[in-house]
Write a protein that binds this ligand. Sequence first.
Ligand code: PLP
Length: 390
Amino acid sequence: MGVSLDTSVLQARRDGPAPETAPAQTAESKAMSLKFEIQPTANPTPETERAARLVDPGFGRIFTDHMAIVRYNQAKGWHGARVESRANFPLDPALAVLHYAQEIFEGLKAYTRDDGGVNLFRPDANAKRFHNSADRMAMAPIPAPVFIEAVEQLVRIDRAWIPGGEGSLYLRPFMIASEVFLGVKPSSEYIFAVIASPVGSYFKGGPAPVSIWVSENYTRAAVGGTGAVKCGGNYAASLRAQAEGIDHGCDQVVFLDAVERRYIEELGGMNVFFVFDDGSLLTPPLGTILPGITRDSIIALAKDSGTRVREEAYTIDQFRADAASGRLKEAFACGTAAVISPIGKVCSASGDFLISGGVAGPVAMGMRKKLVDIQYGRTNDPHDWIRKVI
Ligand SMILES: *Cc1c(COP(=O)(O)O)cnc(C)c1O
């Protein structure tokens, strides 16, 4: 691996060149003690304009005034932690991420409690997953305390952007390879940043059941690949399949395993659960799927209430047969953005079938309420998942 001490464009602009000699300390030990410099924007969005944007924010188009940013290079390790005005990154055309897609991200939300405080839901789990993603993508791991601090500082400074009611503030931590070099190797420099986007209630009047298209032409992940990490490349590779689903009138695509093309894996960005007539739940096992925090939370809550949960392979043919026989009662998708989306219809080249008559089922809706009530602090939190930021 080339040990380049070139500074990133961003760092060069803000910090000046990095010293060629740095104290011999590991990146992690230095970063543990990182202190964020907070520099509020000189041009905050006027209150009336912010209020107007929060009326119907949709998803992912409106952004808050600030961002958190931390930089890494081999000489300094993690450094330059700041919360500052949200601004463009200057992008050198040879920036490594633009060519070889060394990029990972996370997604979590901040929720306003009835008492006016603000909750995060399991940010430690996001930090841990981010660490695993960095490891798989040969990127510098950011210490969990720095990841969490960046998220919390951003939430605090932009708290006015958190919509009330069923809305929330979607937080997007991400990391890019920022070395200016076209050689194929792990980058020696990284930018970690967190941005925030207010989102409305994902579904007004309860979630509408989604239709899913079974992807037979494309797979998402293979054993030994990157299916279990949250990297942008997985999404790039899923878009063609998603477009095919939309062409067939479906909302989402469901991927099958890459070897036998029979076992259900997950949707493009959500895990799946199946509900049977004996009340039990089934969800595909970890391995090539993304280990969803919502998935993990649903398993824990179901087990708390004595529900049997199996993490087992399930084929598309069995799914179809169980839906026809009535053994399968419900199916639902889950993830941070939508929490739980009931699956109403499954479409494939060999025909369509309905799940629970195409309407939202009681197990999906009950589980959704349980989770949302914990996230907004309306009920007790038996697993200590909530982190009060404010
Ligand atoms: C993020 C993601 C999920 C859901 O994970 P949560 O932690 O529940 O939000 C599921 N599948 C994929 C491919 C994802 O990227």
